[in-house]
Design a protein around this ligand. Sequence first.
Ligand code: TXA
Ligand code: MG
Length: 329
Amino acid sequence: MKIIAASGVSSLDFACEVLGNDGLVAFPTETVYGLGGNAYSDKAVAEIFRCKNRPFSNPVSVCYSSFFAISRDVEVNAKARLLAEEFLPGALTIVLRKRTDSKISRLCSAGGDTVGIRVPNNPVALNLLKKLDFPLAAPSANTSSELSTTTAQSVCESLKNYENLVILDGGPCNLGIESTIIDLSEENRPKILRKGAISQEEIERKCGFKLVAAGIQKIVGTQISAGTGRTVEVSRLSHYKPVKPIVINVRKIEEGDALLAFGNPIPGAKYCLNLSENSDLAEAAKNLFFMLRKLDSTDARRICVMPIPNTEIGAAINDRLEKATQKDN
Ligand code: TXA
Ligand code: MG
C-alpha cells in the first residue's frame, strides 16, 4: 500500500506506469474515490473485483477524460449528448450500449451488453485520464458492501488487505456522494438507476425528458439487462453498510448512542458529529461517508441519524442511509 500526494512532480507518471502494467491505482473524483485499472485489460479488471471482493455479477463503470473519447466504445445517442452538454464533466454515470468493436473488458458489463460511462470533474482524475491511452474501469474504492470513501486515508483503511494498491491523495472529495446513474441504453425509455449528487429534478428540468425510476439497488435477485433478455444480477439490496446498527430519522437517543446530527443536535449523545450545523445539504453530503466511518470506529452501541430533508442531494443522502439500515439478503 502506497499513498502518494497527487500534487507531487512525478506522481501521475508513476500512477500511469502502475496502470500500464495492469496494476491498480485509487484516485480522487469529485464524488468519491475510485479504484482504477485499465478498462481494456481483463487482467486489470479482474484484479479490481478481487481487490474489492466484489461479485462478478455487478458491472463496473468506466471513466474517460472527455465525452468525446467515449464514442470509440459505446453507441452515443441524442439524449446522452444532451446530458453530456449539461453536466459533463460531472457527477453522472450514463449507461449506454457497448459497441461491438469496443476493447472494453467484458467483465465491466457483467454479462450484459452495456457500459456505464463517466467523465469525472476532478483535476487529478482528468489529468491522469488524459495521460493514459486507455480508459479506467473504476468502481468506488472500498471493500464491496462497505461505505464509499472520500479521503485517501479511508481508502487505505477500507482496502487494507490489498498490498499492491497505490493511492493518489488529492484531498477530500468535493461532493462526497456517488454519481447519479442514468440508463440510456434504451433511448426512448430513460431510467434513473441510482440517485446521486445531481438530482433527478435538475436532470429532468435541464434536459427536458422524464426519467423512469428503475431503482436497481432496491431489486433483490435479478434484473433483465436491456435488450438482451439475459438476466444479470445487477445489484444487491444492501450497500454502504457500517458495522454498527444504524437508525435513521431519529428524534430521541438512548444511552451509549452515537449521533450523526443535522442542524441543531439532540443533546446527550456519547459521540456526536454534525453533518451540517447550518442544515446545508451539500455540506452534509460531503461529510456523510467520512463521518459515518468515524462514528462506526467508536465504541458506541448504535449510530443514530437525525432527519434529513428529502430534497435535492438530500434524496441521495437518504437513499444511502436507508440502504445502510437494511439487512443483508
Ligand atoms: O461516483 C461514482 O459513480 C463513483 C466514482 C468512483 O466514479 N463510482 C461508483 O462506482 O460509485 P460503483 O461501482 O461503486 O457504483 C456504480 C454502480 C454499481 O452499482 C453498478 O451496478 C452500476 O453502477 N453500473 C455500472 N455499470 C453498469 C451498467 N452497465 N448497467 C447498469 N448498472 C451499472
Ligand atoms: Mg460502490
